[in-house]
Design a protein around this ligand. Structure first.
Ligand SMILES: NC(=O)c1ccc[n+]([C@@H]2O[C@H](COP(=O)([O-])OP(=O)(O)OC[C@H]3O[C@@H](n4cnc5c(N)ncnc54)[C@H](O)[C@@H]3O)[C@@H](O)[C@H]2O)c1
Ligand SMILES: O=c1ccn([C@@H]2O[C@H](COP(=O)(O)OP(=O)(O)O[C@H]3O[C@H](CO)[C@@H](O)[C@H](O)[C@H]3O)[C@@H](O)[C@H]2O)c(=O)[nH]1
Length: 448
């Protein structure tokens, strides 16, 4: 294989750390993954992966079997013989909106004295500009190098994204350390963007926040489409053919969420604020995103007349399809807003089963929509497209299906006698969109 195997330690075995560890092991490197969560480490040693990521359980099992991958709870043991140490630690949003670097700080303080001479510390967490320099000062050792190597994987396709990256960003003032980190990825044959550490750190925020702005922009265009009778799907298709715009990240929805975009836009805004730089565009994107979530619930209220005691069948809880991650989920936010407005919410998500405060979570979609006055689709799981809408029409009290992802087939819903509503979609005379959804009372009379 086109790789010089290196001994690596990966600190933090979450979405990024576990994917990094398992993928590097699959490339032939020797990897030890470390985590403070001892129960997680015990499960991983048995090949049990908690997160929903295609191909990840298989890669973990293969790494355990061929001996390239190991797990431990002890940082000191893991880094003792390491040539490269990856930090894949959480950097969540602190109360003041900044990135909370406490996990990075405590790990760097703990592992510093144990790192072997010549070791390269690679930061993969998303961290404010200047963190690599700060880590370097904390380590306070001339025999170590620090490299910023931000990660761009998406949840739900983490392994494929890691193994087929658009680019590998390697930021460091240390030429030799940067080359060694780039070499780890050589079998992937991806373009390497070689920068200083500060630029690498900024690339990560700039990329995620650009995506956030793009999504808020398209959600605003969708609202205008509703007002002016245009169809946002046609509009984004027309925009997306322009390679300067691109087709990706043009789907309107209930607002963008997840564990990254919201916290990273908040962190970049705080960085700008601290530096005295105005970033009104990004602030507007964040504010518009909050409004987008509220707008979905307001539209439901308008369609139903009132949300007080309305029964809502919520399809989807995860922040997007393909993951069981609920962090920053627009679906959960919608549920919270609905409950606050007096609605009763029953939810179903194919990847999520847990008890949620105020929201009943059930085991299948048909249970969720039973006696519902309206259905709200908030996560675009493919299986929702295959639902039997005639059966659902029988189960529901009302007729409204609010598709906050434009994911369903309006014709199938119309044929079932239900009323489809989407985001930014054209309302034409005679189309299902023109029909007024019946209220609970009317529907009961109709079906009586
Ligand atoms: N999730 C993503 O899609 C994604 C993609 C790119 C970058 N990132 C960034 O990567 C970083 C990690 O994100 P994640 O989603 O993998 O987080 P995560 O919460 O899934 O995983 C973090 C792991 O670190 C462990 N941990 C916490 N403190 C520790 C300590 N002191 N020592 C050892 N382990 C510790 C936790 O137990 C957890 O298993 C964040 O900065 C995030 O912004 C995330
Ligand atoms: O056309 C689109 C695309 C996405 N979304 C929403 O945007 C949010 C974020 O989606 P996505 O970017 O796919 O999810 P993440 O897995 O959080 O990945 C983002 O955040 C990661 C962590 O930093 C980065 O590594 C990735 O490159 C970046 O895409 C979700 O709520 C999606 O539903 C839309 O509404 N419309």
């Amino acid at each position: 294989m086109d790789v010089s195997p290196q001994r690596t330690a990966v600190i933090g075995a979450g979405y990024v750390g576990l994917t990094t560890g398992a993928c590097l092991a699959s490339l032939g490197h020797h990897v030890v993954c470390v985590d403070v969560d001892e129960a997680k480490i015990a499960r991983l040693r048995q090949g049990r992966v908690d997160i929903l990521e295609p191909d990840l359980p298989e890669l973990v099992a293969a790494g355990l079997t061929d001996g390239h991958l190991d797990f431990t709870g002890d940082v000191t043991t893991a880094v003792r013989a390491a040539e490269v140490v990856f930090l894949c630690l959480p950097t969540p949003m602190a109360a003041d909106g900044r990135a909370d670097l406490s996990a990075v700080e405590s790990v760097v303080a703990e592992l510093g004295p144990s790192l072997p001479t010549g070791c390269v510390v690679v930061n993969k967490s998303t961290v404010p500009v200047g963190t690599a320099a700060w880590v370097r000062r904390m380590l306070d050792r001339d025999d170590l190098a620090v490299v910023s190597n931000p990660e761009f994987l998406r949840e739900g396709s983490a392994v494929q994204d890691f193994l087929n990256p658009d680019r590998i960003v390697v930021g460091s003032d240390d030429e030799d350390a940067a080359r060694r980190v780039a070499d780890l990825y050589r079998p992937l044959r991806a373009p390497v963007v070689r920068t200083d550490a500060a630029s690498a750190e900024m690339i990560k925020y700039a990329a995620n926040c650009f995506l956030a702005v793009k999504l808020s922009y398209v959600n605003a265009i969708a609202e205008l489409c509703e007002v002016f009778g245009a169809d946002v799907d046609a509009v984004t298709t027309g925009m997306g053919h322009d390679p300067r715009i691109g087709r990706a990240f043009l789907r309107p929805g209930p607002g963008w969420g997840g564990p990254c975009l919201p916290k990273d836009s908040s962190a970049l805004l705080r960085m700008a604020d601290t530096a005295g730089v105005r970033f009104d565009l990004l602030q507007a994107a964040v504010d518009d995103n909050t409004r987008q979530g509220e707008r979905v619930v307001r539209r439901l209220a308008e369609e139903l007349g009132s949300l007080h005691r309305a029964r809502i069948g919520l399809l989807g809880l995860a922040f997007k399809a393909g993951t069981n991650d609920l962090r920053g989920s627009p679906a959960l936010r919608s549920a919270e807003l609905l409950v606050a407005a007096g609605a009763e919410v029953t939810a179903y998500d194919p990847a999520v089963s847990l008890d949620l405060h105020h929201i009943a979570v059930v085991d299948d979609a048909y249970q969720a929509v039973k006696e519902a006055d309206a259905v709200l689709l908030a996560t675009e799981w493919p299986e929702f497209r295959a639902l039997d809408w005639t059966a659902i029409a029988e189960l529901m009290n009302g007729t409204l299906v609010f598709d906050a992802r434009n994911h369903l087939d309006p014709a199938a819903i119309d044929e079932a006698g239900l009323t489809w509503r989407g985001i930014g979609r054209m309302v034409t005379a005679g189309s299902p969109d023109r029909r007024t959804p019946s209220t609970k009372g009317e529907r009961s009379e109709r079906t009586a």
